[in-house]
Design a binder for this molecule. Structure first.
Ligand code: ADP
Ligand code: MG
Length: 243
């Protein structure tokens, strides 16, 4: 579904992604794991087109994603939903308006059509009763569930999550992970940057381990956690698990 081929990204002198190649198949739940600063967000943002790689190519369903091919590129990007660590909801709009906005502006739906979809997806994340609330009156977990519903309103074929639970209080992490797990169980293709190792192991089917801008290890999630091959992955895992 997504094929990343030999991408490179530099920020000035910093070589943030080094010859990264990766394939995501339909129905995959890929956990992107690695130390802080290893390039996880940069990779996710390059896939989504929030950043442009300096070299290499990204294909969606076998077709090159080329920003110069404006209209096609826009449609390709619309197939991807993105969920940020800090929710990025519009504070001056209600939950329902947040969900409706891109459907109306980008997909040119009528307000009625958009609302119908929004209500259905707010129901799916358990927040139908909050449709008229403003984001500032919601808990962090609720905000993130709204952000997920909002992304789903665009009917994406793949969802990209960048540390969706890292800004949450501990007691709210599970409610968000449960929504993501349900999504995966329903067959959504997902790439998840996460420090939730339990989620990566149990819900994810593959792990991509990045360090210093390079893919060091890529394998099934159970294999990664039970039998990491590289010293860097072993070292990382020994730091994240306290025992
Ligand atoms: P991760 O998400 O794994 O923590 P990032 O992809 O955010 O890592 O960052 C990888 C490296 O690139 C880091 O050293 C970071 O400081 C740098 N970086 C990321 N975005 C930018 C940017 N917009 N400008 C300059 N440096 C950046
Ligand atoms: Mg990051």
């Amino acid at each position: 579904m997504i094929k990343v081929e030999h991408i490179e990204k530099n920020f000035g002198k910093l070589h943030a992604l080094k010859d990264v190649s990766l394939e995501i198949h339909k129905g995959d739940i890929v956990s992107l794991i690695g130390p802080s600063g290893s390039g996880k967000s940069t990779l996710l943002r390059c896939i989504h087109g929030l950043e442009q790689a300096d070299a290499g190519s990204i294909y969606m369903d076998g077709e090159l994603m080329d920003p110069k091919n404006t209209e096609k590129y826009r449609l390709q990007r619309n197939k991807m939903g993105f969920v940020f660590q800090h929710f990025n909801l519009f504070p001056n709009m209600t939950v329902l308006e947040n969900c409706n906005l891109a459907q109306i502006q980008v997909l040119h739906k009528s307000k009625e059509e958009a609302t119908q979809v929004s209500l259905q997806l707010l129901d799916k994340v358990g927040l139908l009763q909050k449709k008229d609330s403003y984001p500032n009156n919601l808990s962090g977990g609720q905000k993130q569930r709204v952000a997920i519903a909002r992304a789903l309103c665009m009917n994406p074929e793949i969802m990209l999550f960048d540390e969706p639970t890292s800004a949450l209080d501990p007691e709210m992490i599970k409610e968000v992970l449960e929504v993501m797990k349900d999504l995966g169980n329903q067959g959504m293709t997902m790439i998840v940057v996460t420090h939730e190792m339990g989620f990566a192991r149990k819900v994810g089917n593959r792990v991509v381990f990045l360090d210093q801008g390079e893919i060091i290890e890529e394998c099934g999630s159970e294999e990664f956690f039970s039998n990491p091959k590289s010293d860097r992955a072993k070292d990382f895992l020994s730091k994240v698990f306290y025992d």
